[in-house]
Design a protein around this ligand. Sequence first.
Ligand SMILES: [Zn+2]
Length: 105
Amino acid sequence: MAITLCPVCRKRISSRAASCPHCHENVTGDDRELTARQRSQSRNKTNNLKMQLALAMTLLVICIGLMLLETSQGKGPPSPWYIGISLAASGWYVATRLRIFFANR
Ligand SMILES: [Zn+2]
């Protein structure tokens, strides 16, 4: 009996199991079909991550723009809100980049 990964939830299951004990997905059937499903799921995941990457980048650009605008108008140091949101957006961006990197391995 071999251990394989569930094509749906990616948890370890027995290769002889008819359905995944974790997500109850039916895992029997054509291997080709499973691979296609796996590929389409991994593509969906990457697309979702790329969307998050774009969102994080947009948020970061907007915040930096607002900070620059505030600073250039001589209103003193930028609001801590912008700094906080920029840092959060940078963290989000880096984390999403890493997730894409590991998802594609
Ligand atoms: Zn599963």
